[in-house]
Structures are given as structure tokens and as C-alpha cells.
Design a protein around this ligand. Structure first.
Ligand code: NAD
Length: 354
């Protein structure tokens, strides 16, 4: 096996294997690119089938963070960590041991919440290192980022409406939200306040009831979601839901939501959507508000700064859609190019030492 293989292919700077036998910690930290600043990205805890799967995941996710931060215009690079283990047995010892590894990198990698880790876990890490974001507000953290994420999604939807209809106004538009959890609920609130009609789909009936009680609207079940007659599909639940099976059934002219990795196959599904004339705003551009929230914490900016940064998703989505049109490429390719161009421009300045 070539230990540098995938790391070289994806362009990583550094990959660190972390162990602590006494607490059963096995983790991998991947630093993809620090041209724009220190690598920031969440710490995922997952029972991977193999170490190779864990390595593949952390390499893929950390590269994604580089692109997300670059397109969002933030001065940070991309990184990610995975802890290989059972979420049911996690605890203080595990996260403190992980925190000491993070600390040893002296700020080259800054961690945050991700799948199966939460504010309490970040609080444990915080006891060992300052290089963690998303700890509780009492410890100086920024807390739950989902209101900021949803604010960015709201502005991403407005940008798509403006490109398609010439007006960004959501009043009278119908938006179908899949998943009314943290992000979806806040999105529903912003849309409702601005006069949109709402349709919900969620496997958790308590969350649907909470949204219905607060904002009214309609409910659809399961796969009915994809064929809803509406102006925008806003997926805010899970990844992989836009795929060969669902694309032919979609009636909405726009897809813009908060969920990560919404396309099952980035290249093929983006092409399928383009063939059907459906405007797809890349997920990592639209949902960058969460990253802006932890970035504001890192820089000690006031919380309002994160909200005003999230409004910039409007301009970024418009730039991506325009670039895709001008260069005759998919919207994913356009946003990836914007990210690469920004990194290259900053690398050029660094070479000139200005
Ligand atoms: P959450 O767990 O609070 O909410 C997810 C909701 O989706 C839940 O109500 C759940 O019941 C529902 N759901 C799950 N599977 C479903 C399915 N098959 N069909 C319909 N509904 C389903 O999570 P969240 O924090 O709101 O995050 C939602 C998505 O946004 C995730 O993909 C997450 O990675 C992404 N995201 C979140 C943030 C953030 O700030 N929380 C930031 C960036 C991206």
C-alpha cells in the first residue's frame, strides 16, 4: 500500500494518526490546505468498517472544507478529524485525549462539532486546547450554528429566485423543506416571516408538528417530496437524496438547501439536473453559514458579523450560477473553480511575499 497515495491525489499537506491506548482513542486528523489560513473542520465520531474507510472519509471531508471556506471568502483552510469508535461509549477521557493531540498541532488544525459529536464534547476538548470552536457559550464558544446556517440558506434561495425569475422576493413562493430539524426549522421561520408558503417532509413527526404549529403549511410523506409542485426544493435533512432515481421526478425549477452532500454522485447528478433545466445551488456554497458562525468565534467577531457574512451567500450563489453559465460548466464545477482561483490568487501573493 502507498501511504501517500490518496493524500497526494487529493492534494493534502499533512495527515496525523493519533492514538491513546489507555482511553481507546484512535483518530486521524487531515490537514488539506492552509494557504488561506489554519485548517478548520469538524471532528466526526464513527464506527468505520475499516481504518481505510476512516482515512478515505477524512481525506474527502477535509478537502471539502478547503473548498467551502475558499468560496465563502473566509481566511481559513480545510481540515477534518475522524475518531474511529463507538458513539455509545464516548466520554470525557476520549475527547480530552483527542484535545491534547489537537493542541500539539499548535493551531494548524482547529476542531469543531460534526456527526456524533456535540457541544459537550467540544467542552471536554476545550479543557485541553484553545484550538476548538463550538464549545458552549459559557466557555466562550458560539453555541448552535444552525440559525446562521439557515440564514445563509435563506439568502441562497433568494439568489436562485432572482436568477430564475428576476426577483429575489420569497413572498408568495412555495418552498418545500425536507427535514425541519435545527436548520430546517430556522429556515422555515425566515421564509414564513417573509411571506413564503411552506411544505414539509420529515420522518420525525414531532419536528413536523413543531413547524406546522409555528408557521402553518402542508406536509408530504416520503418520496412524495421530490414531486411536490413548488418553486424551490430545500433539502435540510440527509445527503444523497438527489440521485438517478429522484431527479426524473423533480418538478421544482430550483434546488437550494442546507443538507451536506445532497448529490449522490456529484458529477453525474449535477449533469442530470442541468439536462432537466433545474438550477442547483451547490450545497457547500449555500450551507456555509455554519462555518461562518465558528469562524466569527475564532476571530472574536461579534455574533452579528456571522449573520451579515451569511447574507453574502446571496452574492456568492449568484457568482456561481453566472460563472456556470459563462463557462458552460455545471454549478459544482463553477464553484470548485471559484475556490481554486481564490486559493491560487492568495498563494501567488504569498510567493511574492506581499
Ligand atoms: P437535525 O438532525 O437537527 O435535523 C435533521 C432533520 O431531518 C430531522 O428533523 C430529521 O428527522 C430529518 N430527517 C432525517 N432523515 C430524513 C429523511 N430521510 N427524510 C426526511 N427527513 C429526514 O440536523 P441539522 O443540524 O438541521 O442539519 C441538517 C443538514 O444540514 C445535515 O445534512 C447537516 O450536515 C447540514 N448542515 C447543518 C449545519 C448546522 O449548522 N446544523 C451546517 C451545515 C450543514
Amino acid at each position: 500500500m502507498d501511504p501517500f497515495g490518496e493524500m497526494t491525489d487529493l492534494g493534502h499537506e499533512q495527515v496525523i494518526l493519533c492514538r491513546n491506548e489507555r482511553v481507546g482513542l484512535r483518530a486521524i486528523i487531515a490537514i488539506h490546505d492552509t494557504t488561506l489560513g489554519p485548517a478548520l473542520g469538524g471532528c466526526r465520531l464513527f464506527r468505520y468498517a475499516s481504518d481505510a474507510d476512516a482515512l478515505h472519509d477524512v481525506l474527502r471531508l477535509s478537502r471539502g472544507m478547503t473548498y467551502k471556506a475558499a468560496v465563502a471568502g473566509l481566511d481559513i483552510g480545510g481540515g477534518k478529524a475522524v475518531i474511529i469508535g463507538n458513539p455509545a461509549t464516548k466520554g470525557e477521557a476520549l475527547f480530552r485525549a483527542f484535545g491534547r493531540h489537537v493542541d500539539s498541532l499548535g493551531g494548524r488544525y482547529i476542531t469543531a462539532e460534526d456527526m456524533n459529536t456535540n457541544v459537550q464534547d467540544m467542552n471536554y476538548i476545550r479543557r485541553e486546547t484553545r484550538w476548538v470552536t463550538g464549545a458552549s457559550k459559557q466557555l466562550g464558544g458560539s453555541g448552535d450554528p444552525s440559525p446562521v446556517t439557515a440564514w445563509g440558506v435563506y439568502h441562497g434561495i433568494r439568489a436562485c429566485l432572482e436568477v430564475v425569475h428576476g426577483s429575489a422576493d420569497v413572498a408568495g413562493r412555495t418552498i418545500a423543506i425536507q427535514g425541519v430539524g435545527n436548520v430546517g426549522y430556522h429556515l422555515a421561520s425566515y421564509l414564513h416571516d417573509n411571506g413564503a408558503r411552506l411544505v414539509y417532509s420529515d420522518i420525525n413527526h414531532r419536528n413536523v408538528k413543531r413547524a406546522m404549529d409555528a408557521f402553518g403549511g402542508e406536509v408530504v410523506e416520503g418520496d412524495e417530496y421530490y414531486a411536490v409542485e413548488c418553486d424551490v426544493l430545500a433539502p435540510c435533512a440527509i445527503g444523497g437524496i438527489i440521485n438517478a432515481h429522484t431527479v426524473p421526478t423533480i418538478r421544482a425549477p430550483i434546488i437550494a438547501g442546507g443538507a451536506n452532500n445532497v448529490l449522490a454522485n456529484e458529477v453525474a447528478d449535477c449533469a442530470r439536473l442541468a439536462e432537466r433545466g433545474i438550477v442547483y445551488a451547490p450545497d457547500y456554497v449555500v450551507n456555509a453559514g455554519g462555518l461562518m458562525s465558528v469562524y466569527a468565534e475564532l476571530r472574536s467577531f461579534p455574533a452579528e458579523k456571522a449573520m451579515s457574512d451569511a447574507e453574502q451567500v446571496f452574492n456568492t450563489v449568484k457568482r456561481v450560477l453566472r460563472k456556470a453559465e459563462d463557462e458552460g460548466v455545471s454549478t459544482i464545477t463553477a464553484s470548485n473553480r471559484l475556490a481554486e482561483e481564490r486559493i491560487e490568487a492568495v498563494a501567488h501573493l504569498q510567493r511574492l511575499r506581499v
